[in-house]
Design a protein around this ligand. Structure first.
Ligand code: ZN
Length: 241
């Protein structure tokens, strides 16, 4: 009897905490359609707790001679839709089939509604001590003699102290998006959002928002996309430690 009571209490606790998370992060928040961010942090739109942790990490890096600069933080559904449609049209002009087109785009870009940048927990960062003109989010710049090697090594050693983990790691066994040494996520919050995200009906989102190529994004594609791309991330961002 005591055992069953214990199970019941545990069930209630997990139900309540899940409900609390759900209340905090609405459907609109998860897919990048919330107004939550617009007034708070006009520049990068991070959740305040994430922004605080980022600022602490930035201050610590500065003491070691690294100037962490955020290239991208929050991105809305429409921002992502513009990126997606622009790439889709360009590839279409170059003669790509819908199949090839989508495969090409999702090497680096997410389907609108599925970007971790919608959540206010994820950031793209470089070292501002070096010239940041032009395209800076290039893998080679973080390796060899690249300008961001010092930053990468510092983050490897220290980012977890501030709750941040690299999302698309260099792990050869990882599926999905290509390695992005610049993209970090605040685990204490993004793990909860990821779990809510996995419950969403993506097909409905793609069709109702008229995403280019949506007819190709069927249930089979979505299952694979969730398994390989959405979950093809650093394991520290999947399980709460
Ligand atoms: Zn990113």
């Amino acid at each position: 009897m005591v055992y069953f009571r214990l199970i019941f209490v545990l069930f209630c606790i997990s139900f309540l905490s899940n409900a609390q998370i759900k209340k905090e992060f609405s459907y609109n928040h998860i897919v990048g359609k919330s107004n939550y961010f617009l007034n708070k942090e006009p520049k990068h739109g991070l959740i305040p707790k994430v922004a605080d942790s980022f600022n602490s990490m930035k201050a610590a890096a500065k003491l070691d001679g690294i100037e962490i600069i955020m290239i991208s933080g929050y991105r809305s559904f429409n921002d992502q839709k513009n990126i997606w449609n622009k790439k889709f049209l360009k590839n279409e002009l170059n003669g790509f089939s819908v199949d090839e087109n989508i495969k090409k785009i999702i090497e680096y870009s997410t389907i609108p509604g599925t970007s971790r940048h919608h959540w206010g927990t994820d950031i793209d960062i470089v070292d501002g001590s070096y010239n940041i003109d032009g395209d800076v989010l290039i893998t080679e710049k973080f390796y060899g003699n690249g300008p961001y090697v010092k930053l990468r090594k510092w983050l490897d050693k220290n980012s977890h102290k501030y709750g941040f983990y690299q999302v698309y790691t260099n792990d050869k066994n990882r599926n999905g998006f290509k390695h992005e040494p610049w993209h970090y996520s605040y685990a204490p919050i993004s793990i909860d959002i990821l779990n809510l995200f996995l419950e969403l009906d993506l097909k409905k989102i793609f069709i109702s928002n008229k995403i280019m190529g949506a007819s190709y994004l069927d249930s089979v594609f979505i299952k694979k996309y969730k398994e390989e791309f959405v979950l093809g991330i650093n394991s520290y961002l999947k399980i709460k430690k």
